[in-house]
Write a protein that binds this ligand. Structure first.
Ligand code: MN
Length: 405
């Protein structure tokens, strides 16, 4: 299968930042934007300039700071919004205006009190106005997946004719399943006659825990831009997680022959930077960047890992910037892992000594959940009266990152 380029559109600074507990100040946004540029994302959505002075300022500062990455600003389909977005991205080397309007009857009738005809006219006018400022214009049909399909196709065809270069079809409320979304993209891209003149984009929310699966289904059906966030942060249950989508395409190119420009070795540092800034920690079992994502405690697993890591790992932790796999010592650990950890700490143990240390370690692990290096050294000192024979290495987890063999 021919591999296609997948545009990674990061909305951590907009959709992510809108979520409770994740607000960032202007300096933090600039720092994170530079990290995202280093990570290799293609587009950074930096804010919603009409929403506040601070948002407009942040987008402008990000636009000034970035070297090559496209900066996008969000705008409703209204002249004032478009003009404000244009002002914010003006200093950028590459700037995109991202304009949106809801297309579902539910949103049109209950939220906007707008007829379909008026929404269509507003969409076309907004895209036309945005194109007067930049030739990179994205249009989003909010609540696309719950919209009347015929009307949605009419809107998509019209905005492409008006000059939209990217068309985003969001699953705004996270209602779709992967089968739904794959079929939906195929259908719209087949029915819209000028679909080949725009890049189709997917934007999924995680209300049912399906944001990543849905995004991948859309990619499988032909979407060539994915909108996502670091750590999957975003409105309500969040957006599709950038690190998960990217690593799925990297680990399974047989399923998703789509290449990104992401330097995956920077994923972990980017994730940490965001959680350090917001104080919101990633859950321990989060895929790719969680504390336990590459941790192995069970004895059989640790033994297998030590013999050949491929027994229990489908990707290498260093490929995503995690220093190395963690073998957590606990009551499920085996002798082999204890011996190896002791050796790394400079304790050369004979079989008898190892048995004693192992027995005490298991007893202690009944009381405390995890055995750290200090515990192991303490046990060795008490049981054997020995001190480490060589200088201890400083393990990554001792620097506060929770990793180490
Ligand atoms: Mn969203």
């Amino acid at each position: 299968m021919q591999s296609a380029r997948l545009v990674v559109f990061d909305t951590t600074l907009r959709d992510g930042e809108q979520a409770p507990g994740f607000s960032l100040d202007v300096d933090q946004k600039v720092a994170l934007a530079l990290q995202l540029e280093a990570l290799g994302v293609d587009v950074i959505e930096a804010g919603f300039p009409i929403a506040s002075e601070a948002d407009a300022e942040a987008v402008r500062r990000v636009a000034l700071a970035l070297h090559s990455t496209t900066v996008a600003a969000l705008a409703r389909c209204a002249a004032g919004d478009i003009d404000r977005a244009a002002w914010s991205i003006a200093p950028a080397r590459r700037g995109r205006i991202h304009t949106f309007i809801a297309t579902s009857d539910l949103h049109l009738e209950r939220k906007l009190h707008l007829s379909r005809e008026d929404a269509l006219a507003a969409a076309v006018a907004a895209v036309t106005r945005a194109r007067s400022y930049t030739d990179d214009v994205e249009f989003s049909a909010e609540d696309a997946t719950r919209s009347d399909r015929d009307f949605l196709c009419t809107v998509v065809e019209a905005v492409i004719r008006a000059g939209a270069t990217t068309v985003n079809l969001p699953d705004t409320v996270g209602y779709s399943t992967p089968d739904d979304l794959g079929g939906f993209f195929l259908d719209v891209m087949t029915r819209v006659p000028n679909a080949d003149r725009a890049i189709f984009s997917t934007h999924c929310h995680d209300d049912l825990g399906l944001a990543v699966a849905n995004s991948l289904a859309a990619i499988g059906a032909g979407a060539r831009q994915v909108e996502c966030t670091i750590n999957g942060i975003g409105e309500r249950a969040g957006n599709a997680s950038l690190e998960e989508v990217v690593m799925a395409t990297r680990v399974r190119p047989d399923r998703w022959p789509a290449e990104t420009g992401i330097r995956t070795q920077a994923l972990y540092a980017t994730s940490r930077m965001l959680s350090d800034m917001t104080g919101e920690r990633v859950q321990a079992n989060k895929a790719i960047v969680g504390r336990n994502a590459f941790a192995h405690e069970a004895g059989i697993h640790q033994d297998g890992m030590l013999k050949d890591r491929r027994c229990y790992e489908i990707m290498r932790p260093e490929d995503v910037g995690v220093p190395r796999s963690t073998l957590v010592l606990g009551r499920h650990s085996g002798r082999h892992a204890v011996a190896r950890r002791c050796a790394q700490l400079g304790l050369a143990l004979n079989r008898q000594d190892l048995d004693r240390v192992y027995r005490v370690m298991v007893q202690r692990a009944e009381r405390q959940r995890q055995i750290h290096d200090d515990d192991l050294l303490d046990i060795a000192a008490v049981e054997l009266g020995v001190a480490p024979t060589t200088r201890r290495e400083t393990m990554p987890h001792e620097a506060g990152y929770g990793f180490g063999v």
